[in-house]
Design a protein. Sequence first.
Lengths: 245, 292
Amino acid sequence: MALALNVSVIGGDLERGVAGRRSTAYHAIAPRGAVSVEATSRPQDLSAATTERIERVPQTLLERVGSGDSAAVRECIDRFSGLIWSLARRAGMNASEAEDSVQEIFVEIWKSAGRYRPEIASETAFVATIARRRLIDARRRTSRRPAGQALGEHDTPAPPISDRAEVTQEASRAARALEQLSAEQRRVLRLSVFEGLSHEKIATATGLPLGTVKTHARRGLIRIRAMLGAEGPPEVERGSKEVAP
Amino acid sequence: MSRLHHAADGSEGLGELLAGRALGDLSLEEAGMLRESEGDEAAIEFEAALGATYLAFAGSLSGSEFEGRAGAASPGSPERVPDQVVHRLHRLADAFVASWEAAPSGASRMSLDRRDRPPVSVARRSVRLSWAVAAASLLLGGLGWVVAMRPVGSPAPGGPVPGQVLRQVAARPDAVTIPWADWSDGTVAPEVTGVTGEVVWSDQAQTGVMRLAGLPHLPGSVYQLWIIDAERGMSQRVSGAIFTAGDKETWVTIEPRLRIAKAAAFAVTIEQPGGTWVSDMSRRVVIAPRPG
């Protein structure tokens, strides 16, 4: 069977060998219960664009990590541990599983910080993207899903996801964008983005055709990206912003 | 303003591909359609939208949903990170910074081929290791825990990359594309489910490429591809690749060590670091049987 591929335009990620990024060959793998930390040099193997960005003084916390600032690595814990812990618990993990995941997520944040672009995304969104990927991975490893919970007749909202203004602001922006989508699109996106279900499982759960699920997910994300982009790039975060109690 | 804004206005197809990449649902053909020019900036914008959407859903849980997932928490306030977790995170940060110091000065990411460094078996323990020992081992080079393996999709020095191989295979008239399915035969359940993707293979070329989406990271283990030759059967399956999971998708070049007369099926198992010569096939993931 011949393949109907436009092979003349294959390139980019596949040419680099890994979809999206170059993977590191050197692993230090600790026994279960600890988190692997790859031995890497301070970020030096940088693209020209990255070098150009870092030649200006790094201002955000993640930029500082990306430029090799040791203190910034530790400051990340103060800034993001609450949010990441909250996300892990909301993903249905017990305390032990949540701790493992939180550690894995922080290692990936520190390793990926050199990719962070403040003019494109907020640090909160960057961290949430990494957390989401790791938490869904962890859930697939345990093959466990959060227990279904019947809604009470007068259900109250859950506690806020964070007491940091930049987190609630980011979540609110996206929530407003989600409100503009159809209920069906929101449902598909929740199952895909939040629960991490495959399109096939979403189709089974919702009764929607597989093609419709795929279209809803993609076009929903396209609209959200457009709406968030229309609000303008996020303000560069230079310090913590605490919400007054 | 990024290219994406223009793309979103004028090219629905491009936007869908980029959204598909962020969601991790690109087919092999769609991945081949994305050009190198659709690079990091557009990808970051979609990933940021994905992250923000995730936050919105996480923040919108009802009270009963939250109770069911996170258990009891202080009413009206975010759940507090336990002190011991914060303490261990700071020690993890120390180890991470120490690994910067331990790397050779001026060295970029090391690229080690597994043929150069033999694998070292990893002791598996059920007891959580103290961070003092973990950090000390890293400072000493972590040789007791170091496993060198061919990285995901990255070629050995001089070896082929998946994109190049895909081009070779696609040109062959005998090329086949076989989708993955959960490997369950009613006796042994797959250890990982929900993995999608496909294998592209040519008996003539004796090589192929496989794509897997939704493959979880497995610290302390690797994935191994087995090729079942129609002439040799399952009992003499041939190893075709050893790999770890990529972040969203995993692309791996298939390079069997023995000649395959006719590939009847491809199967992925979970093995100890470094892979194995003979797998008991007890830790199953996916299988792709050739139709017909």
